[in-house]
Design a protein around this ligand. Structure first.
Ligand SMILES: Nc1ncnc2c1ncn2[C@@H]1O[C@H](COP(=O)(O)OP(=O)(O)OP(=O)(O)O)[C@@H](O)[C@H]1O
Length: 269
């Protein structure tokens, strides 16, 4: 155990009772995240699997300090996402499907720019960029301007940007959305390599195959709550269903049914 936080020493991300409510102009109060509790460890890929609107992005934006929670706690590497946002930002890299690159910067300039924003420079930065460009097979696109990049190239540049400061925690939010098969595959391979390097990865997706292929553990989310979590094998055993897709639908159907219970009691379950 880590003395300061009371969490296992390998737990890089700790989320306890996290709640986020939005004030929506049309819908009133929207509880996008409703009591989320999970952990993610060094050297593992923790999947967040859920349909659109399940609250994955909201939870990940809280972890990356872009949003404040309404209640609960989120810690990254022991730092509180709300109280110590500067420190948390140094611990994470965030990759989503629509991270923009700059049209007028080359891939090299783009990654260098973010390295400088993280306080890096000189030989340290040059070496780091070279290493990343080798790892991500980006040497041939070093001088390609953002405006000329394919979607897959843009995603690689975004990943390099997120990795430049070598953070221990990487957050992938639906990062393969809109990519062709080859580009998506490259992203998944990168995620695997990062796990081998001992990084802690949080990988949100609605694609079952990605979870089966990659994730060490998964939390199935629906309407801001976690319906179940564990390793894929544990989930299969607990729910007596081998087919992950079927298991997922079964869980969602049951959750929907309990939300629709006439006296509302089941909705609290
Ligand atoms: N800024 C906002 N204001 C009001 N409601 C919001 C806001 N952002 C998200 N929501 C609502 O919160 C709920 C969860 O959305 P969120 O984007 O976190 O889910 P998600 O699982 O990431 O889904 P998606 O894959 O569609 O992004 C949805 O009902 C969404 O409409």
């Amino acid at each position: 155990m880590d003395d300061a936080t009371g969490m296992p020493a390998t737990a890089k991300v700790v989320v306890r009772g996290l709640v986020k409510e939005y004030d929506d102009f049309q819908r009133g109060k929207v509880r996008a995240v409703d009591g989320l509790t999970f952990e993610a460890h060094a050297g593992e890929i923790m999947g967040l699997l859920g349909p659109n609107g399940a609250g994955k992005t909201t939870a990940l934006r809280i972890l990356s300090t872009l949003l404040h929670p309404t209640d609960g706690v989120a810690l990254v590497n022991g730092f509180d996402c709300q109280q110590q946002s500067e420190l948390v930002r140094r611990q994470i890299g965030f990759i989503s499907a629509n991270t923009a690159v700059y049209d007028r910067m080359t891939a090299y300039e783009f990654v260098e720019y973010f390295g400088k924003l993280h306080g890096m420079g000189g030989v340290e930065l040059t070496r780091r960029i070279d290493k990343l460009f080798d790892q991500l097979e980006m040497q041939s696109m070093r001088d390609t301007l953002g405006a000329k990049m394919s979607t897959g190239m843009k995603q690689r540049a975004s990943i390099a940007r997120a990795l430049i400061h070598d953070p221990p925690v990487l957050i992938f939010d639906e990062a393969t959305n809109g990519l062709d098969v080859l580009a998506a595959r490259a992203v998944l391979d990168t995620v695997s390599h990062l796990r081998e390097q001992g990084k802690c990865l949080i990988f949100s997706t609605h694609i079952m195959r990605e979870v089966e292929r990659l994730c060490d553990r998964v939390a199935v989310m629906h309407r801001g709550r976690i319906l179940t979590q564990g390793s894929i094998e544990e989930l299969r055993g607990q729910h007596e269903e081998q087919d992950l897709e079927e298991l997922f639908f079964q869980l969602i159907r049951e959750a929907e049914a309990s939300c629709e219970a006439p006296n509302g009691e089941a909705a609290q379950a």
